[in-house]
Ligand binder design. Sequence first.
Ligand SMILES: [Zn+2]
Length: 449
Amino acid sequence: MSVGRSLLGLLVVALIGAACWPAGRDRTAPVPRNVILISIDTLRADHLGTYGYSRDTSPAIDAFARRSVLFERAVTQGESTLPGHGAMLTSRYYGSYHSSPVQGGPPLEVDTLAEILGGQGFATWGFVDGGRMRRVFGFDQGFDHYEDERVKIKRFLQKVEAWLDGHQAERFFLFVHCYDVHTPYTAPDPFGGSFVDPQYRGTFRPNAANFDAVESGRLSFGPDDLRFAIARYDGGIRHTDHHIGGFLERLEKRGLMDSSVVILTSDHGEEFQEHGGFQHKKIFRYPNLHVPLIVHAPGRSPRRVADPVELVDVVPTVLDLLGLPPHPGAMGRSLASIVDGGTDEGLAGRVAFAEGTMPGSGWRTVVSRRHQLLHDVQRDESHLYDLEADPTEQVDIAAQQPALVGQLLTVLRERLAENERRNPGRPAEQRPIDEETRRQLRALGYVDE
Ligand SMILES: [Zn+2]
């Protein structure tokens, strides 16, 4: 954390406090040998059992969470794949580097976790599911081995495990990313349709084009259709959970759960008309920004942490757990003390920050333990929501709490100023998009870009 993020007023004390780890950190906990980072694209936290969902979408992830450290209020730094993974893999806010919305991966001058760990002698392997994670967007930076072919999760994880068969003796960083929860919500049975009401008689098919048609009024869409779409999305989670659960079990059999820090998270959530839209690109609200963050490190006790944390915290946390020096470019903060069993005091007063990154978006936000300030920098307009009472943000309470709005706005502006200071203000080097990438982006709903 840089000095520039400290603040005036009441929040000064809280945020400066956040820079100092609380006493009692257990430095005797073992240093993990490897790092395994799993990103399940488009997985909104509140649709997982362990985050309180009513449906049994995630028995395996729930079991993993019960033996891990779970962050209940983890927030991504943007509403789509590029800023989300940028935060997760580089510890940088999107506005702190210069990227176009089309090719918005990290520019060459920003260090990725793979580059940092590669520099420390780790073998670095990325297995991603194509689309926005194809190498053209820059997330392959620093990986010794990067596979970006789009395949379904069963076959995909077989590829990962075949690679481990031949290489797991090395000290490694493994990054695994899959799109199986993302639209078009076509996960196969028995799980894909397991939450669909058998009485549903509609014809809606939840893919990107149809959601666009609903939003533009070209396709009729009723409550039954919405329930069907959500059920298909949940079926995709259940399907993915089944395969990820098997993968985690096999990691255990390989002895890797005892020797690795294993992190499960997502780059962003999904919208189901809570604010009138669908998917994630056009909506900048809490259901899109709230992601799971579950950290399993050997020798640590399971716990749940209620304070807000950010995807930019992943890189500093990993480095700290490994006993490596902090990276000077990181904008997040280490959660290793909390993972090691320290008190929550170090998180007191923390907020999470996120930016609307779609073309024309002026939305910026900070999320505290209880509230979310949503601010439009173009219209200088603020909204405040009580996430405990109103987690889908239906009632704006900004007018009732002007002092809190002012405090959170100060934090927000401080983060924006730090982004400005870091951003070199020149176009990042870009690589051309090939036809296959363009086709995959269209299939994922990025038809307008
Ligand atoms: Zn994504």
